[in-house]
Design a protein around this ligand. Structure first.
Ligand code: ZN
Length: 346
């Protein structure tokens, strides 16, 4: 059974969301825009996302640039196309601001705009060519994970997703170089999708704080995409934040008890590492999947997301309040923590 959220908590959460920073630390937005552009659609953010972003009072979305397996042979070209498509889609949208520095972020907060920051979900597109990180930075990219689950020239991820099979292996020499270069450029580092060995190695070599933009707790749902208690402790000890993943397979919500499961992850994480290290990074991807299905003539079906859309985020905050979490803690989790982190990094 899912949580039934009482009206008074929904009202309280909606007010909190309008008056305080709200962040979604992971959305495959750039890729979806490119897919929809290929199908002849434009104004993707305006038509598909903006009303929901506004309803949830979102101030910052971290848009991933994620290159699909089928595009790996032209990964650099595909990544650049995604970045261009995102920029073009939000150009002229007065409600949206691309975030490249701290002043942009402060402006988004002060003027209540939706800030969008670009980051690479996996650096397959650079191969071993670390100098390409400078080029990505120039284009406005402000963070990256070394790998999206699969193995590449920099690191091995947590699984071979197409076969649902765990994979193992440490960072390569080029991967270690990439981490150093990213820290030099003040690009944030994301450990979601990395395997346990890579995580441990990163803890030893990083000098700046890193985050897990979209990972839950492995104690609550045993999936290699989630963090163990030890990893959660290591992440928080170096000033990191973990963004709650809202994918049914990663949250482990198979019974339609989505709010219940998301709350259980968050409450466990708060109990273990404190409210200052927990955030939202929902990874909502049904809309991306619909765009992909439409392009290939498949009939799309809703499969992955615990929340219907971004407009439902306040409902999760309301559920947390109803289950007894303090207003202060909810404020930190729904955006305060990630905002502090990115203000520091930028
Ligand atoms: Zn991901």
């Amino acid at each position: 059974m899912d949580v039934k959220v009482k009206e008074e908590y929904v009202r309280q959460a909606l007010k909190l969301h309008q008056e305080n920073p709200v962040v979604d630390a992971h959305l495959d937005l750039a890729g979806e825009i490119l897919l929809r552009n290929m199908a002849g659609e434009h104004n993707v953010v305006k038509n598909y996302y903006l009303p929901y972003f506004c309803k949830a009072g979102i101030n910052l979305v971290i848009s991933s640039v994620y290159v699909e397996n089928g595009n790996l042979d032209r990964a650099w070209d595909n990544a650049l196309k995604q970045i261009d498509a995102l920029k073009e889609d939000v150009e002229g949208l007065k409600e949206v601001l691309l975030i490249k520095n701290k002043a942009d972020l402060d402006k988004a907060l002060e003027e209540n705009k939706v800030g969008i920051m670009i980051y690479m979900e996996g650096l397959d597109c650079i191969g071993e060519d670390i100098a390409k990180l400078d080029m990505l930075y120039e284009m406005g990219v402000r963070g990256a994970s070394l790998t999206w689950s699969r193995a590449n020239a920099l690191a091995t991820g947590c699984c071979k997703a197409s076969e649902h099979r765990q994979i193992f292996g440490a960072l390569t020499e080029a991967g270690i170089e990439a981490v150093k270069k990213m820290e030099e450029l003040s690009m944030f580092l994301d450990v979601s999708h990395l395997n346990d060995e890579g995580f441990e190695q990163l803890c030893r070599i990083t000098e700046k704080s890193f985050v897990a933009t979209h990972s839950g707790s492995r104690h609550i749902h045993d999936n290699y995409r989630n963090l163990t208690d030890e990893q959660m402790e290591a992440l928080s000890a170096q000033g990191g934040i973990m963004g709650m993943n809202g994918c049914v397979y990663i949250a482990g919500s198979f019974e339609g008890n989505h709010l219940e499961m998301l709350c259980r992850h968050i409450e466990y994480e708060v109990e273990k590492i404190g409210a200052l290290h927990v955030g939202y990074g929902f990874d909502l991807c049904d809309s991306y999947d619909f765009a992909k299905a439409a392009l290939s003539g498949r009939k799309p079906e809703k499969r992955y997301d615990c929340l219907l859309n971004h407009g439902q985020i306040p409902l999760l905050s309301a559920a947390l309040l109803q289950r007894g979490m303090s207003c202060e803690d909810v404020k930190c989790i729904m955006g305060g923590n990630f905002i502090s982190f990115f203000r520091k990094i930028l």
